[in-house]
Write a protein that binds this ligand. Sequence first.
Ligand SMILES: Cc1cc2nc3c(=O)[nH]c(=O)nc-3n(C[C@H](O)[C@H](O)[C@H](O)COP(=O)(O)OP(=O)(O)OC[C@H]3O[C@@H](n4cnc5c(N)ncnc54)[C@H](O)[C@@H]3O)c2cc1C
Length: 576
Amino acid sequence: MRPAELRIATSVLVIGTGGSGLRAAIELAERGVDVIAVGKRPKADAHTSLAAGGINAALATMDPDDTWQQHAADTLKESYLLANPHTVQIVAEGAERGIEDLERYGMPFAREEDGRISQRFFGAHTFRRTAFAGDYTGLEIQRTLVNRAAQLDLPILDTVYVTRLLVRDNVIFGAYGFDLADGTRVVIHADSVILATGGHTRIWRRTSSRRDENTGDSFRLAVLAGARIRDPELVQFHPSGLIDPADAAGTLVSEAARGEGGMLRNALGERFMARYDPDRLELSTRDRIALAAYTEIKEGRGTPNGGVWLDVSHLPRETIMRRLPRVYQTLLELQMLDITTDPIEIAPTAHYSMGGIWVRPEDHSTDVEGLYAIGEAASGLHGANRLGGNSLIELLVFGRIVGAAAAAYSAGLEVQQRSAGALAEARAEVDELLAADGPENVRSLQRAIRDTMTEHAGVVRDEAGLLAGLAELDAIEARVADVGVHPDLAGFQDLAHAFDLKSAALAARATLDAALVRRETRGCHNRSDYPDLDESLQVNLVWSGPGRVDREAIPPIPDEIAALMREVATAGKLVE
Ligand SMILES: Cc1cc2nc3c(=O)[nH]c(=O)nc-3n(C[C@H](O)[C@H](O)[C@H](O)COP(=O)(O)OP(=O)(O)OC[C@H]3O[C@@H](n4cnc5c(N)ncnc54)[C@H](O)[C@@H]3O)c2cc1C
């Protein structure tokens, strides 16, 4: 007998209730379009709520000379010329509107005494253009959007795990999944689907994502539906993630710790940044610090647990309490470590997926008709390095645009063709996993993938390592066929983890394949066997399945923007 199935029909389905998904859903609801948003985490606690430093827009509230053109120029420069100029222009130009939308929804931005929105430096920006709310900007954005969604009576089901998109003849017609609490199957028929399901940074051992976040679901759902992935190899590593405890490995130590005068030392006690960036030392950029720390560890000068020391203990206690209270509190809670007296052991940590689903710049439509992608799931804005504060504004700008595009698509659709075969396939996949009783453990296979990616596709890569990584992945995938899945009284998390595992395997393969083809060093992507930038690789790499990577030309940068591109100092701008 077929298991109980909840059947829902809507005009637009939004998968993901982080900042991008909620913003898109709000746009649809405000336009009076029938919409449902689903997520696999509590809506108040999506990954977006972790964002700290702030959100960018050239509002010129602090520096009157700032313009959206300068914002675009800074973004393109930081991307090592791999961002799509059209995407960048849309975000920079639409950013002010994105902030206005948030204000309209009640976002409590930090303000100057005269009421202007405060803006500060954040990374390599020419001007102060990062708006913020304390050091919990993402949390406030998430709260604001959840509240607005509630005002609009927007239906949000945040215990639904989506396992498949439903497609017929390259046209989307919905999605299939199950409820995490009781396993009820869920079929959602929709004219249009927006994927807002985040990135793939959880496939490394140390990551700033929590356990069931950023497991690469976006990649798998999109590719099985017929879409492609752009630049999966471009992943930003943050220099300071905690090593201990294992289940919190990768939790970030704010870059403000370096900004306030924190020193980095290796196991020999050397202040090693003197070798890599003697002028800026610890105030160097995120990618250079990550590379330096990685090199120290790899060359045998790492701490006993495979990290480096970040020391703020020489700073006055009141400076630490006033300027770094979150760091102080986090270390006390997680490690019982008092940073006013002891150094912190840190290592580079996978932080942000700059690549993602291939989308058209103007409306973030994909290769599949009626399917859109936004937020960290999508690609085009960041190239080989993300400018701090740009991802949050991307959620707001494209949330609005994609909401409008999906609404128009749905309104223009004359018939919705469904496919019983596609639905049966999705159903069978869940049935099979639920019946799986093999000896392999999902959790240990997830760990195996994370070990492989950390060993072979971390901060520094080379051909031999990437090939070894692919061979290991082949072996892991063979074992995936023999997993056992055991839902229990507490819910269907075990089934969810099995799907997370499948997604992680696909995302790992895409990343390794593309990293092999990018035979150069550019931004976040360091190839020790190709240490220089190769101008012929100023292209995007588009992955469409195992071993299939195509080069895609990037449109030229408009002269008006190119004229504004220059090196920007980052000293004094480490806030997040
Ligand atoms: C510590 C930290 C600090 C940061 N600071 C900043 C900052 O200062 N400024 C900035 O611009 N950016 C910052 N970022 C980055 C930024 O927070 C993220 O890029 C952004 O929030 C991603 O939003 P999103 O809507 O794309 O996805 P997410 O918020 O990741 O939401 C993804 C959603 O998809 C759902 N989902 C995933 N898979 C499935 C599935 N299979 N079925 C159903 N639902 C699914 C999840 O449940 C979730 O609701 C920071 C990130 C971290 C980790």
